[in-house]
Ligand binder design. Sequence first.
Ligand code: HEC
Length: 130
Amino acid sequence: MLTFPSASIKAFHKGIYYPRAPEALLDILQDMDNPFSPTRKNIEEGSKVYFGKGLCVKCHGVNGKGLEVSGHPPRNFTDPKWQDVRTDGEMMWVLKNGSPGTSMPIRVGRGISEEEAWKVILFIRTFAGI
Ligand code: HEC
């Protein structure tokens, strides 16, 4: 077969609440605290990364709801249930590894630093409940 059917790509993950990081790492990632606290300054720095060099806005949109891209849809950051089930450590794993089987790219080390990634996660939290 020449092309990988997109239905299978979508089926790769059971649903948006299902963890993206490998199961073997989940305990560690879920225990991991964001080393930066959600101060106004840190959130503002995170927002600059989101709208700027992180390129996040190109897929996740100005309001965090996600734009239409081909294949697997970007996460809707305003979904309170998703915000609740996903930890900062798990998001960091995705920013370092991408989300395999989707267009979510590796970001840490490809334009943004680990510190900037932690701060962009603080910014993503501000979309909760919008
Ligand atoms: C080329 C498009 C694209 C760009 C650029 C992009 N994302 Fe994503 N992102 C996606 C897609 C598609 C998903 C859904 C992946 C999935 O369901 O596993 C996603 C999912 C996520 C998730 C949720 C993962 C989870 O565990 O549920 C986070 C967090 C995230 N992106 C953060 C970011 C940040 C921060 C940036 C910028 C530094 C960024 N993304 C840039 C497309 C993109």
